[in-house]
Design a protein around this ligand. Structure first.
Ligand code: PLP
Length: 232
């Protein structure tokens, strides 16, 4: 029933290997995330055998699925969708990492809950809106340095490990590439300015992961190409 998942992951993984090779990158520095939103828990469990990470968009859906997850299954879960402040506590209980920190208020809320619940640190990425599309969340590129400064000074429990973005909704390869190379440049600048390792660049989905890898992605977030179309 769910055999197709192994097949699809192999297929995507082979593509990643080939793209990495063609642009002179080490395949081992690229992780494959299965984005399982709107798909049943059964498919996540199967995918967890083949992917490096799992990604979910909505806290409610993920927390219901989490209830059926076995503690022995160590495949990490990342939140990749917009997080409302009133779901922050539940998100911290459900996920291993939050990729979608997109406002300083949210960062403060997360830090406050971590303090109250006695957790020393929690890994996050900062989501950056590289396309400028108003439908997308994320910190504006020009605001990223100030954002880092504020988070480092005022949210000591958040461990910023990377940046995340969504490519623009277009077929135009050049603007997709510009968005991804732009995020890489910001990441390099933030490493230098704040002395952080900042190892992860989460960018690339089913339709644009080749370009993302060529521009330095370390996490590709793949939904449709692994699980098929979503039943909305
Ligand atoms: C749904 C989603 C994906 C996966 O999209 P596909 O095109 O199905 O691969 C990746 N990232 C985010 C943030 C998403 O919401």
């Amino acid at each position: 029933m769910v055999d197709f998942i192994e097949h699809n992951v192999r297929d995507v993984s082979e593509k990643i290997t080939r793209i990495a090779k063609d642009c002179g990158r080490d395949r081992n520095e690229i992780k494959l995330m299965g984005v399982s939103k709107f798909h049943p828990l059964e498919m996540m469990i199967e995918a967890s055998r083949w992917v490096d990470l799992l990604g979910e968009n909505r806290v409610q859906e993920a927390s219901e699925k989490r209830a059926g997850w076995s503690v022995g299954n160590k495949t990490p879960w990342h939140l990749i969708g917009h997080l409302q402040k009133n779901k922050a506590r539940k998100a911290l209980e459900t996920f291993d990492l939050i990729e979608s920190v997109d406002s300083f208020e949210l960062a403060q809320t997360l830090d406050r809950i971590l303090e109250k619940t006695g957790r020393e640190s929690f890994p996050v990425f900062i989501e950056v809106n590289m396309s400028g599309e108003t439908s997308k969340n994320g910190v504006a590129p020009a605001s990223v340095p100030g954002f880092f400064e504020n988070v480092l000074a005022q949210c000591p429990r958040l461990r910023v490990e990377g940046l995340m973005t969504l490519g623009p909704l277009t077929e135009d390869e050049r603007s997709i590439r510009t968005a991804f190379s732009g995020l890489r440049d910001i990441c390099v600048a933030m490493r230098a300015e704040f002395g952080l390792p900042l190892p992860e660049l989460s960018m690339g989905m089913s339709g644009d992961f080749a370009i993302a890898i060529q521009e330095g992605s370390t996490i590709v977030r793949i939904g449709t190409a692994i699980f098929g179309p979503r039943n909305l």
